[in-house]
Write a protein that binds this ligand. Sequence first.
Ligand code: ZN
Length: 290
Amino acid sequence: MASLEISKIDENAVMSEWTNIRYEIPAEGVARITLARPEKANAQDYTMLQELNEAFDMAAKNSEIRVIILAADGRHFSSGHDLSATSTMESIEAVGTWCHFDAPGAEGYMATEAEMYVGLCWRWRNLPKPTIAQVQGKVIAGGLMLVWPMDLVVCSEDATFSDPVVAFGVNGHEYFTHPYEVGARLAKDMLFTGRAITAEEAHRAGMVSRVVPREDLESATLELASHIARRPMFGLTLAKQSVNNTLDAMGMYTAIQSAFGLHHVGHNHNFRLHNSLVDPSGMGVIRSEA
Ligand code: ZN
């Protein structure tokens, strides 16, 4: 009987196309994906998200990799979605089942966010290998959508986390797991006030696994990854899936989808009132409080 041939990715060919991220193997069994757009505080456009997805796939399909770190260059982990981005869905290869991204009305934009935001986050959350976010500086709105799908979070003492997009007339960012991440009370506090919670506050709330000095962030994360990578792959996969299944049994996926529907009520309300997906006064409110 012929053995099943696993298709091998030509990693160098895939990586040569990337302009927003890096991929390295800093220790045995560990892949590190790095957001490499520090001049833009690692703001995400669709191209960066597609590259990230390819990198996660690459690490997941490489049988020598057991743990994946998601890190970022520069002072800040990520300022969120790049509001000045010009990339469109035309240049993106969808990996989910959503389509009709250019349809008029609510249809096209909802499909776009379902594919690029909720869809990719959920895909990464369910990768069958442990993932660790390595976080410094500010994490704002869409930045949380890269941190929260990871299994563990190591951050430096200067890290802060915020989702101020209620000022834009929507409920929060699209991957709405806030109550699962920080608890209902702190989730409402973050959303209502738009304030940034500190690393220590996030640690107390259980959102962050370890807080370390800034100069130790990279080594502490790598040490944790290498420690985990010494365990059997399948055991790790089963442990991860068991915890994720527990969250799913608590309604996590349904809650995300429910909030996503409300998020699009917000977008459509704004469109009817302001002819814009977001309330245009939002940026002024956020800047005045920064
Ligand atoms: Zn949105």
